[in-house]
Design a protein around this ligand. Structure first.
Ligand SMILES: NC(=O)c1ccc[n+]([C@@H]2O[C@H](COP(=O)([O-])OP(=O)(O)OC[C@H]3O[C@@H](n4cnc5c(N)ncnc54)[C@H](OP(=O)(O)O)[C@@H]3O)[C@@H](O)[C@H]2O)c1
Length: 280
């Protein structure tokens, strides 16, 4: 039963593929840039661009389940191609943002919500993994920290409950190989709510050096973020962080319950990834 892994260059997709391969499950790796994949021996790489339906049929041939990154453009065609290919199950890397009050109007949340809705309307068995902020979002701070510059934030007291991407991969593996998650939608978070300042203090411990934090205006943050993302997405993130500055982030026990062990901490993530912040 071949599993197609989309986003196989991504942090979670790569980790899910590695787990399935190590456990002896047949896997196929999909990427918009298959030549850039680094894969275990014998794993087939296939070109799949989630908004280009002409790439779907070959990638899905012989596939029984898909680990899917959300891309709303082309999702209707992807569902049709998956049904035609005999795919039975899809495990979607969605987002907790779909549960927000204005999810349909929000550019971040609607991205995943439109994919969930298309899948829910299909004949496929679907599991929706809805993680909160990834611990790996902190890589966005690697540039200033590596240069001993202050980390500039509009909302340094915003709180998230960062989840370790390896925990998401563990849960995706369970969804693809077991039956405890079949057909379910689960919100996933890390084990504790931390402000950005607190996350930077943990990173500071991990690299053995102080990390200065500088508060900047929302307008200045918008200008900086414009280099990396469309303005509406930056606006949506800033709104989220402004709202998250008023109290702790919700911590779900699903990660621990599903894995039968404590969720990995942000401190663990920081220790594992410290070299990315020091250039060593
Ligand atoms: N970050 C969060 O806090 C968060 C929270 C909830 C949900 N999510 C969801 O999780 C998904 C993954 O988010 P992410 O931010 O962690 O992305 P990611 O896993 O780093 O990458 C996602 C995809 O981007 C493509 N990509 C483009 N340039 C790349 C590069 N240089 N190296 C590796 N991959 C590259 C790859 O697809 P190709 O190989 O096909 O190009 C890759 O699979 C997103 O769909 C997001 O909606 C994220």
């Amino acid at each position: 039963m071949t599993t197609l892994i989309t986003g196989a260059r991504g942090k979670v997709g790569r980790a899910v593929l590695g787990r399935l391969y190590s456990a002896g499950h047949p896997v196929r790796a999909a990427s918009a840039h298959p030549a850039e994949l680094s894969l275990p021996a014998g794993v087939e790489a296939v070109g799949l661009v989630l908004d280009r339906p002409e790439t779907f049929a070959a990638a899905l041939d012989g596939v029984r389940q898909v680990f899917l990154y959300p891309e709303p453009s082309g999702i209707r065609e992807l569902v049709e191609a998956a049904e035609a290919a005999g795919v039975e199950q899809v495990v979607l890397l969605s987002s907790s943002s779909v549960l927000g009050p204005d999810a349909e109007a929000d550019p971040l949340a609607s991205h995943s919500l439109r994919v969930e809705r298309a899948l829910a309307a299909s004949s496929l068995t679907c599991t929706f993994l809805r993680p909160d902020a990834f611990a790996s979002n902190s890589f966005a701070w690697a540039h200033p920290i590596g240069r001993s510059l202050p980390v500039q934030l509009a909302y340094p007291d915003a709180q998230t409950a960062p989840i370790h991407p390896e925990d998401i991969a563990d849960i995706a593996f369970e969804a693809l190989t077991g039956d405890s998650l079949t057909g379910r939608s689960v919100t996933l978070t890390g084990p504790e709510s931390l402000t950005f300042r607190a996350q930077l203090a943990v990173l500071s411990e991990a690299i053995g050096r102080e990390i200065p934090v500088e508060r900047i205006s929302r307008e200045a943050a918008e200008r900086q973020m414009a280099a990396f993302m469309p303005a509406p997405v930056a606006g949506s993130l800033l709104d989220l962080w402004a709202a998250a500055s008023h109290g702790p982030a919700a911590v779900a026990d699903t990660t621990e319950t599903l894995l039968g062990r404590p969720a990995r901490s942000y401190t663990q993530w920081a220790a594992e990834n410290a070299p990315a912040f020091t250039g060593h």
